[in-house]
Design a protein around this ligand. Structure first.
Ligand SMILES: [Zn+2]
Length: 409
């Protein structure tokens, strides 16, 4: 007997109402809705509402979320944001990081985020207290949301001595992914070599803040492509921002996009931060400063979209709802058609899952039962209205339940 049967729901890329059944945390029944319903311990009438796979937040910083009240000064450039946050970081404590991280996690769960990748700062300023705190939260939240942790050298690896050793220590503690930030270090090439060598040694995926500029000459992505191929890490490398690509001549950008696709590098667009901090030097024809999403999609690149920062010097906005990031990207990347809405929903679900190495995500047989029931009967509205999440299930366990208050009427 099924544990749960959710009847008559609209799932991605189908106009038929479907019945979705769950057993032991997995989707074991999937059929066009009909009168011969299998037996289930719990039956939920979907009434034609939209059921999507769990949202996946592929790039977020929990340890430096919600810093606006701590700031004595506002930032308007990337350098200022790094400097101000570096100063605030001196006063971070485990309790403080834990409190702010939990605030984000609880919100993300309520929005229907079932997996999240978080960059955690590791350097002599903050030491390993961010890693210790997030490792503990990863355990504490295991039943409600999957956390992947990235060891992140925000202050540079060679620029801040001692960071390399701390990164390696964090991997021994259980961090999942190796981060990098070549644009904020003395030697970009040596920085990337260190990251790829560490990934090789510990057999971990890589997620790099690749460039964060509207300078078309920042070409670290080329060095990442060549190393991804040399280390045979196709499909295991992600890059965030990649904004300089948007300032390049079209043909040059197209060639690089094609090379990114060949190396199967995942691209994470981070529109809120990029819009806020890029284009600052342009007095007229102000550039959007966001990676050229349509060009990348046309080249066959796996593109996803992330929140990045929430209410701190890098981004004084943000809620942690991946659909907010997707809607912002829809505006910025000229993605307004019905087809675009479906693509954007894929970007926040199945594309993000692929980037994070989550092997089975989506409303399919034998996939984990991670999904969201929305209070709308129209998939495009999921993006346009960001409606109430009536129910959220993580591995078949319901972690959000607003069904009684919204649907039964
Ligand atoms: Zn970031």
């Amino acid at each position: 007997m099924l544990d749960i049967l959710i009847c008559q729901v609209l799932i991605p890329h189908s106009n038929e109402e479907m019945d979705v059944g769950v057993e032991n945390g997995f989707i074991t029944y999937l059929s066009i809705a009909n009168n011969q319903r299998p037996q289930a311990k719990q039956i939920i009438e979907g009434n034609g509402h939209v059921l999507l796979p769990g949202l996946i937040e592929p790039h977020i910083h929990l340890d430096k979320a919600y810093l606006l009240d701590h700031m004595k000064q506002e930032a308007s450039t990337l350098d200022e944001a790094i400097r101000l946050t570096g100063n605030l970081k001196k006063d971070f404590t485990k309790e403080d990081i834990q409190q702010r991280s939990i605030k984000v996690l609880e919100k993300c769960i309520s929005y229907g985020v079932t997996s999240l990748r978080c960059h955690v700062e590791v350097d002599p300023i903050v030491g390993l207290i961010g890693v210790e705190t997030l490792l503990q939260l990863r355990e504490q939240y295991r039943d409600r949301i999957d956390l992947q942790l990235v060891t992140f050298p925000q202050e540079g690896i060679f620029k801040m001595k001692g960071t390399a050793e701390l990164m390696e220590e964090s991997l021994k503690m259980g961090v999942d992914v190796i981060g990098g930030i070549p644009y904020n270090d003395i030697y970009s090439i040596e920085h990337l070599d260190f990251v790829f060598e560490l990934a090789y040694k510990y057999d971990k995926p890589i997620d790099i803040h690749v460039d964060f500029s509207d300078d078309p000459n920042q070409l670290a992505i080329k060095d990442i492509i060549s190393r991804t191929l040399a280390y045979q890490m196709e499909g295991r490398v992600s890059v965030g921002h990649l904004t300089s690509l948007g300032s390049m001549p079209y043909d040059d950008a197209k060639k690089i996009a094609s090379d990114i696709a060949k190396a199967d590098i995942h691209v994470m667009a981070l529109p809120a931060t990029d819009l806020f901090l890029n284009g600052r030097g342009d007095k007229e024809k102000v550039r959007r400063g966001v990676t050229p999403v349509r060009l990348l999609l046309e080249a066959g690149v796996n593109v996803t979209v992330g929140t990045n920062n929430i209410q701190n010097p890098f981004t004084p906005f943000g809620t942690g709802d991946p659909l907010d990031a997707a809607l912002l990207l829809a505006h910025v990347a000229h993605m307004g058609t019905l087809k675009d809405a479906e693509i954007l929903l894929d970007m926040t679900t199945v594309n993000a899952a692929r980037a994070l190495g989550i092997p089975a995500h989506g409303i399919k047989l034998n996939h984990p039962a991670d999904f969201i029931l929305f209070h709308t009967k129209n998939r495009r509205n999921v993006l346009l209205e960001r409606p109430q999440r009536l129910g959220v299930w993580k591995k078949g366990k319901q972690v959000v339940d607003k069904i009684n208050s919204c649907v039964k009427a």
